[in-house]
Design a protein around this ligand. Sequence first.
Ligand SMILES: Cc1cc2nc3c(=O)[nH]c(=O)nc-3n(C[C@H](O)[C@H](O)[C@H](O)COP(=O)(O)OP(=O)(O)OC[C@H]3O[C@@H](n4cnc5c(N)ncnc54)[C@H](O)[C@@H]3O)c2cc1C
Length: 389
Amino acid sequence: MVTKEPYPLYSACILADYIADRIPRQRVFLRTAEDYARAGIELMLARPVLDWSPERHMLYFDDGALRYDRLVIATGSRPLIPPVPGIEKDGFVALKTLRDADLLRMAHGKNAVVVGTGPVGIEAAIALRHRGWSVSVVEMLDRVLPRLFDLPLANTLKNRLEKRGINIFLDEKVLEILGGTRVEGVQTDRRALPADVVVWVIGMRPELTLLNEGQLLLGASGGIAVDRHMQTTQEGVWACGDCVESEDLVSGCTGLFMLWHNARLQGRIAGANAAGAGKRYPGSVNITTINVFDEAAASVGTLASEVSPGERKVLHRRSPWGELYLVLKDTCLMGVQAVGRTERVGGLIGIMLQGKDLRKTLVRASSPADGPGLGILRNVRKDLLHLFG
Ligand SMILES: Cc1cc2nc3c(=O)[nH]c(=O)nc-3n(C[C@H](O)[C@H](O)[C@H](O)COP(=O)(O)OP(=O)(O)OC[C@H]3O[C@@H](n4cnc5c(N)ncnc54)[C@H](O)[C@@H]3O)c2cc1C
């Protein structure tokens, strides 16, 4: 196993907790070097692969090469960083790795600007606020967490963040990172914000710098195209994780689903198949949970804005346990967004994945709690049936 990381496996998902000082550094690690040795895996750390020859079955380092019989490409993703002036300054951090988290923990100053309000940006903003920084967040779209929540719940979460002292600037584009050798501020198209540190998290792209032109077929979203067995278009080469495209189990659309649980399952399947098994990857599920201070939020499946207006129905309800926003395509449940006791959303995932006609399911169930996942719909059953007409 070859990686350019100097560390064995760690979880990016809890880097924000480490930045916030909620967990010690050693808690981010999921494996030790000894675990690999015990499993009979030779782990080669800090070994960037610079070139690949599929014809020769060779990987090349700056000081050597490695021959393989079968190859699994799991190069993951890298932060999207457009050529904004000033990104080379000290104090500019595109949060992806443990090293980036270390840099944020070591940063001095009082003003932090986070650019981008995806889950990583929001978690970073909360972590820095937790450590006493004055935090501003800049987002070029009209809402926070724009790929996870439609406007109503995004607004609820924005209010929570603002109440806890995070300044949020929406519909605003960063033009330049200001300062000398160190970051001193951020110039947007509306204002200049003071900054001692800039956290840049506007999205990830598949990490494919290893590939030369035409070596592997790529999909429309720029990830490696694989079949259901995670096999690429090269014989003897599998790929998995953030660098591949896969099919969404709910919508059936092919795209990038850069989430830990998808990557882990794909990795298991690619590895098993490279060793001769015939396992199939069922498809990806878009499930994201995030804690916005003491409030949990969850988003599963498709946004209302992604369903065509003619087929779209939405139901937004507040209940004692929080807010629920259901996205339907005709009578099919396509997306669930929730703020509050989000563990209750779990039951709805089964309904979404089965792609059942929700009207029929609700009519058939004598009590909404009859079927798995229907309990949460108890309070909205009437509204849903009314919505279906
Ligand atoms: C800060 C942060 C928080 C996140 N939080 C969540 C979360 O809460 N929930 C969730 O589901 N997902 C989360 N994610 C996404 C999740 O971490 C990824 O989906 C997952 O790590 C993907 O795993 P992967 O192995 O495909 O890629 P990666 O984790 O990117 O690993 C790829 C590895 O390949 C190495 N590599 C790349 N190119 C080369 C090369 N040429 N030579 C050698 N090595 C190379 C890299 O160094 C890296 O170690 C988060 C991501 C980040 C950055």
